[in-house]
Design a binder for this molecule. Structure first.
Ligand code: PRX
Length: 654
């Protein structure tokens, strides 16, 4: 492929599909919307530092004003230096002091159906107590604390208690193995581990404490283990090391004034996987991160703090849970729902039952969940009154237009703006997204960078791409950006700042359409190269899912002697639907062109996914290329890989 600037064709990624449906904000929505015009964009375009400084001073309580807004020594940014603040104070105390102590912070719903209603005053009391517990265990400012908990309120309490006393939390998703937990504890040299006996998942108790015990066999830095009682399962308690949370909380003082922290004080580490096997401890700090998450949570979801009931379905073990369950929503003082379990317990309509029960107004979930709901059928949502909903969000992967349309129609009743939010663990908060009262959306496009965010699409030679496919880079620092990789400055430089000097490279491909809309096309390592044409796996998946019989599709590029790579597709059909390989191949040809026609389409009952719900394309590529499958320990259900392999070898034999 030639790189033709004049026609806007670039060979970073070729984008073949086009999507012309548009959804402007409705007049009814605009009446009360926070933002309906371009004023924030204009302000930030004139002076991004001034813009973020105004947000920081309007949205956050500072004990001491900062001296400098931004100190930018590429790749290291310092925001609001000289400023002092406490994140827990911002999330709790200031709301209580303003007379909102009785406001519900969290409607918590356990998977078995038990509930807890937690006000801001309740949460403040619990956080103060637990802060004192941590101090009594010898925890000091800067110490690392590991958190390995189910989706229970104590996870929020533990994170905020760390923030209150300046300890650094490192939350590890409860679905990770003991080995992963131990690796993360050791990398951070954590002093205390906070876990639970177990939690509920799919109607059963999944034990956490045994995995924590196993991890602690190889973690010399751990001095204490605090255990929350949730599952009621039998656990072993190690004398002197292990303590029950409820016992420690019994006679501790509820008085723990929040200590102001430096704006650049390390707030948390969160481990994320990179291209190598070793996870990276992404570092996030205090003032900039809180400004970024508070601002984005308010404007991206058009938050009306007095009336909204917000629900983000992520787990606190991921960045979405950190930024949009804990820090953004609580800093904004809103009421939210927190749910412990899976969407299909006891039935496939559990989420919609919860939306109806609590009158959820803002709902934030992942495309993979939406496609699962599609598979279960619209009748599940139709069993419930979802008319309280007014804003819908998605995060985590590109959303294909058909899933977007389904979400819009069957969950939003055609009335709710959808915000497709692009960001990463590393960015700390949302970067590219519509603003619901201001942005005309197109199904499948994350639309535009938010005010104060400078994103630019470039080609292999780092030249800006005005229209067409390219690499998504960020050209200016932003307040929530990662401050480094824990203990590995070289890897920080190498991973994010070396491919395109002077720019942060996110690892994602995207395209800009004629109207300047951004379309995320997946990680660039998910890009296929077929006969010299680069095709996004996402686009082929979208095409497949637009077939009426298809619920979900995963596409990989597998090595092919003739074409370099060939497109291999794995497809789950909607309940009761019928089609065959030939029809689906023809369908993709019709949607995108012969260039994207899959060489093979396998119809399968399930797809291999990580426990966070991401399709494991690497495994599918291995299957497509007939390789033996290596490590499947992070898979939600490893048996599906065996089934796929059997299918692939059957068809090769035939
Ligand atoms: O590829 C992008 C995809 O998820 C990656 C970041 O993953 P993680 O750090 O786990 O954070 C997920 C939650 C923020 C990105 O590099 N991604 C995230 N959101 C979107 C997305 N891809 C397309 N559209 C999105 N809205």
């Amino acid at each position: 492929m030639s790189d033709d600037q004049s026609t806007g064709n670039h060979d970073a990624i070729e984008a073949f599909a086009s999507e012309n449906r548009r959804f402007p904000p409705s007049d009814a929505f605009k009446v009360d919307a926070l933002i309906t015009g371009t004023e924030l964009y204009d302000e930030a375009a004139r002076d991004d530092e001034g813009f973020w400084a105004r947000q920081a001073s309007e949205l956050i309580h500072w004990d001491t004003e900062w001296d400098t807004v931004l100190d930018w020594q590429l790749p290291y940014a310092k925001w609001f230096e000289g400023g002092m603040l406490n994140v827990a104070y911002n999330c709790l105390d200031r709301h209580v002091l303003a007379g909102r102590g009785d406001k519900i912070a969290i409607h918590w719903e356990g998977e078995p159906g038990d509930t807890r209603t937690i006000t801001y005053q309740d949460l403040l009391d619990e956080v103060c107590r637990f802060s004192n517990v941590l101090k009594d265990l010898g925890v000091q400012k800067g110490d690392r604390i590991n958190i390995y908990l189910p989706m229970i309120p104590e996870a929020v309490v533990a994170m905020l208690a760390c923030a209150r006393i300046g300890a650094v939390h490192s939350v590890v998703f409860g679905g990770f193995s003991s080995q992963s937990l131990s690796d993360r504890i050791n990398d951070a040299e954590a002093k205390v581990l906070i876990t639970a006996d177990g939690g509920y998942r799919r109607g059963e108790v999944f034990p956490l404490k045994p995995a924590a015990d196993e991890a602690c066999e190889t973690t010399p830095s751990i001095e204490h283990v605090v255990v929350v009682k949730r599952g009621g399962n039998d656990v072993m308690m190690v004398e002197a090391r292990d303590h029950w949370y409820h016992e420690l909380m019994e006679d501790v003082s509820p008085d723990c004034p929040a200590q102001p922290m430096e704006a650049e004080h390390l707030l948390f580490l969160l481990y994320t996987s990179g291209t190598t096997g070793r996870p990276k401890g992404i570092m996030h700090t205090t003032g900039g991160y809180l400004t970024h998450t508070t601002f984005t949570h308010k404007y991206v979801f058009d938050l009306q703090p007095d009336t909204d009931v917000y629900w983000c379905t992520a787990d606190v073990g991921w960045i979405t849970g950190h930024s949009y369950i804990v820090y953004g929503p609580l800093s904004n003082g809103c009421t939210q729902v927190m749910y412990e379990g899976v969407p299909n317990h006891p039935n496939n309509d559990r989420f919609w039952e919860i939306v109806e029960k609590y009158g959820v107004t803002i709902f934030y979930t992942a495309p993979t969940a939406i496609r699962t709901f599609m598979k279960w059928g619209a009748e599940e949502a139709a069993k419930h009154d979802l008319s309280s909903l007014r804003v819908l969000g998605t995060v985590g992967e590109p959303i294909n237009p058909e899933a977007w349309m389904w979400y819009n129609e069957h969950i939003g009743g055609g009335q709710c703006p959808i915000v497709d939010t692009w960001w990463q663990t590393e960015t700390g908060g949302i970067m590219i997204s519509p603003i619901p009262g201001a942005t005309t959306t197109k199904p499948g496009s994350a639309t535009f960078p938010l005010p104060g965010v400078s994103a630019e699409l470039i080609d292999d030679d780092a030249q800006p791409v005005p229209v067409g496919g390219g690499y998504l880079t960020l050209t200016r620092p932003w307040p929530g950006m990662l401050r480094g990789i824990w203990g590995d400055p070289d890897r920080f430089q190498e991973t994010y700042w070396s491919r395109f000097p002077g720019r942060y490279f996110a690892g994602d491909g995207a395209k800009l359409d004629d109207d300047g809309y951004l379309w995320l096309l997946g990680r660039v390592d998910d890009v296929m190269n077929v006969s010299g044409h680069r095709i996004s796996t996402t686009e082929v998946e979208s095409a497949l899912v637009s077939h009426p019989s298809v619920a979900e599709a995963a596409v990989v590029g597998a090595n092919d002697a003739t074409t370099g790579q060939a497109v291999f597709a794995y497809v789950i059909l909607r309940g009761g639907a019928e089609t065959d390989e030939a029809e689906l191949r023809a369908h993709v040809t019709g949607e995108i062109g012969a260039i994207a026609r899959p060489k093979r389409v396998f119809i399968t009952p399930d797809l291999p996914k990580t426990r966070s719900g991401k399709i494991m394309r690497r495994l599918l590529r291995d299957v497509a290329e007939g390789r033996n499958i290596g490590d499947t320990t992070t898979l939600a259900d490893a048996s599906i890989v065996d089934e796929l392999q059997a299918k692939a070898s059957e068809s090769n034999d035939g």
